[in-house]
Design a protein around this ligand. Structure first.
Ligand code: TYD
Length: 214
């Protein structure tokens, strides 16, 4: 594949979505063709699966069902949107990907990181990101930020207790150790402008040939 596939990861309220959009416009200004997308979702079938997973009324959902639904949404999103864009040589910035499943379902839900990695490898035909940016923020600050953001939809996972989000953070720590070559960390407690600068700097290092554009 000719394009570069970069994913953004981190806890709720870390600013991934906002920074992803700002960083994508910076790349576009430099003439780097960029596609932005999100998980779970990004295309019709995956958005339908997203609404089942995140529906606040689906409180009886079994953790294995949850993990399989995320993987199914991911598989469809890759096949229909991400892989074709990479084949066209575009840079793809994706809000959450496989590491979310490893941290949330693998660790926080207790299914096991290896088990969840296995079903995801099947779902994505083993395509992994070229690089991942991890937004490092303690869960308490993240949850405080989202409680102040009135525009944000509250979903089933937001309703989880503080302990769940602490487990998510531990899960991400394990994932960072395991994939330390692929994952770069930014300090998400800094201002939006500073975090965006840090992210753009990383992107220009990892996207082949991008420094010729800057
Ligand atoms: P979203 O509203 O997109 O959250 P955020 O703005 O924090 O990215 O909701 C996605 C939720 O789904 C979020 O709580 C993280 C969770 N999630 C998983 O548990 N596993 C996954 O594989 C993915 C992609 C997301």
């Amino acid at each position: 594949m000719k394009g570069c596939f970069i994913t953004f990861e981190g806890p709720e309220g870390a600013g991934k979505t906002t920074v992803l959009k700002l960083a994508a416009s910076r790349l576009e200004e430099m003439g780097i063709e960029t596609l932005t997308t999100r998980e779970p979702g990004g295309i019709k079938i995956a958005e339908q699966i997203r609404s089942v997973i995140l529906n606040k009324e689906n409180t009886e959902m079994d953790p294995r069902t949850e993990a399989l639904l995320y993987a199914a949404a991911r598989g469809q999103h890759m096949a229909e949107k991400v892989i074709p864009a990479l084949n066209e040589g575009r840079t793809v910035l994706c809000d959450r990907f496989i590491d979310s499943s490893l941290a949330y379902q693998g660790h926080a839900r207790g299914l096991g990181i290896d088990e969840v990695l296995g079903i995801n490898m099947f779902a994505t035909s083993h395509v992994m990101p070229d690089a991942t940016i991890y937004f490092d923020l303690d869960p308490e600050t993240g949850l405080e930020r989202i409680s102040k953001n009135e525009d944000r939809e509250i979903n089933r996972l937001d309703l989880e207790k503080r302990e769940f989000h602490e487990k998510v953070q531990q899960g991400y720590k394990e994932v960072l150790e395991r994939f330390h070559g692929r994952i770069k960390t930014v300090d998400a407690s800094k201002s939006l402008e500073e975090v965006t600068e840090d992210v753009v700097e990383i992107l220009l290092k990892v996207i082949p040939g991008s420094l010729n554009h800057s």
